[in-house]
Design a protein around this ligand. Structure first.
Ligand SMILES: Cc1ncc(COP(=O)(O)O)c(C=O)c1O
Length: 398
């Protein structure tokens, strides 16, 4: 075998989302797309906002010379200025264009940040339930991941967090609104995390970075304002993208924003720009940078998602599923009525409803349901979900 051992092992451990995708594709082939209710993927069916199309047409018709050339590795100055301006407005932190690096999505951003920070064997803390790609990304850059279990309501267990930190801890990744639970971290929780980090930095004489994965920052419900970790730890690095807020996951456009007070700042920025280059991204897609420059205050319809959340939450709760109401993102994470989440997901699959076992996110005993799909798919899935609730005698809540 000529593949690297690390890659072979990682591929063998697989991704549950990927596995469900493959099994779902086989089911769809057999029964027809319309007869399989796929709630397994985080690939929104919503189209980008009309403003995106208008900008696209504008750039295409103006066709300014040089728009397809190489540029500075950090991205266009105008785009970074627009990002910094909006971020400063949203958070009250005085971001400047030079605090921003445009990236190939949040995934590209995470890899750039980890490449920049990690020495071999450095530890990165992640909280269950987590986006499983973090583990691969950390491994990509020779780091080692440490998982902190969830406390109440899928929020971090702070005592466990505190004892997980040691002199090798280089970074902590948080993800709010969270994939897969939909929870949003409160100001108080972020303040507690920041205090723990500062205390441990002082104890060990180290710098610990807080990497805030904000891929779902703008998909937040009930008028809630996004609580930003930037106020609680100066060594915070925001990574995000327009995959979800502008529904552009295939276009690979996102950014890194490093807190201007996070000493040493210039060294960090230089490192991030260098790593964007040497990881082979070189720069974020040129055309997309031009478009999102004018779309920083635009999002897809949050009401569209909120309506789906309300519908699904109401139905699952009334069937007796044990779940918490998501405050953001577009996933629900109910307890499975039996301990074995894989067995449950497989039974649901036999009813042509596709979900992802919780162990794919470090939490067996749950399953992830994605509702960034059309109403027909959600409605169609209810039959299977209801049959399972009855089979396992969940207590209906009228
Ligand atoms: C929590 C989380 N972080 C990062 C990403 C990667 O997003 P992008 O498409 O911007 O790379 C995803 C994608 O689903 C995600 O769910």
């Amino acid at each position: 075998m000529s593949l690297s051992e690390v890659v072979q092992r990682s591929m063998a451990s697989g991704s549950w989302v990927r596995r469900m995708f493959d099994e779902g594709a086989a089911l769809k082939k057999r029964y027809g797309d319309e007869n399989v209710f796929d709630l397994s993927l985080g690939n929104p069916i919503i189209e980008p906002p009309a403003e995106f199309q208008a900008e696209l047409v504008k750039v295409a018709s103006e066709n300014p010379p040089g728009i397809h050339r190489y540029m500075a590795n950090a991205g266009y100055a105008e785009t970074r200025a627009a990002v910094a301006r909006q971020l400063a407005l949203d958070t009250g932190v005085s971001f400047a264009p030079d605090d921003i690096v445009m990236t190939c999505g949040a995934a590209g951003a995470l890899n750039v940040v980890l490449k920049t920070l990690l020495n071999p064997g450095d530890e990165v803390i992640i909280f269950a339930p987590y986006f499983v790609e973090y583990i691969h990304y950390i491994k990509n850059h020779q780091g080692s991941h440490k998982i902190v279990p969830a406390g109440e309501n899928f929020l971090p267990d702070l005592a466990a967090f505190k004892s997980a930190i040691n002199p090798k801890t280089k970074a902590v990744i948080i993800n709010s609104p969270n994939n897969p639970s939909g929870v949003v971290y409160s100001q108080q929780l972020l303040q507690d995390i920041g205090e723990i980090l500062r205390q441990k930095e002082a104890e060990y004489g180290t710098n610990i970075y807080l990497i805030s994965d904000e891929a779902y920052r703008k998909i937040i419900y009930d008028g809630l304002e996004f609580p930003s970790p930037l106020h609680h730890h100066p060594r915070t690095i925001v990574v995000t993208s327009h995959s979800k807020d502008l529904a552009l996951p295939g276009e690979r456009i996102g950014y890194i924003a490093a807190h201007p007070d996070g000493n040493p700042h210039q060294e960090l920025m230089d490192g991030l720009i260098f790593c964007n280059r040497i990881l082979g991204f070189v720069n974020a897609p040129a055309l997309m940078q031009r478009l999102v420059q004018h779309l920083q205050a635009t999002t897809v319809s949050i009401e569209w998602y909120q309506r789906k959340r309300d519908f699904l939450y109401r139905n699952l709760s009334s069937m007796g599923y044990n779940l918490i109401k998501p405050q953001g993102a577009f996933y629900m994470f109910p307890r499975t009525p039996i301990e074995d989440d894989i067995a449950f997901v497989k039974e649901l699959q036999a009813l042509r409803v596709l979900t992802v076992p919780g162990r794919g996110f470090g939490m067996p005993g749950y399953c992830r349901i994605s509702y960034c799909v059309d109403d027909r798919t959600i409605e169609g899935a209810l039959t299977g979900l209801s049959a399972m609730a009855e089979k396992y005698r969940l207590e209906p809540n009228p």
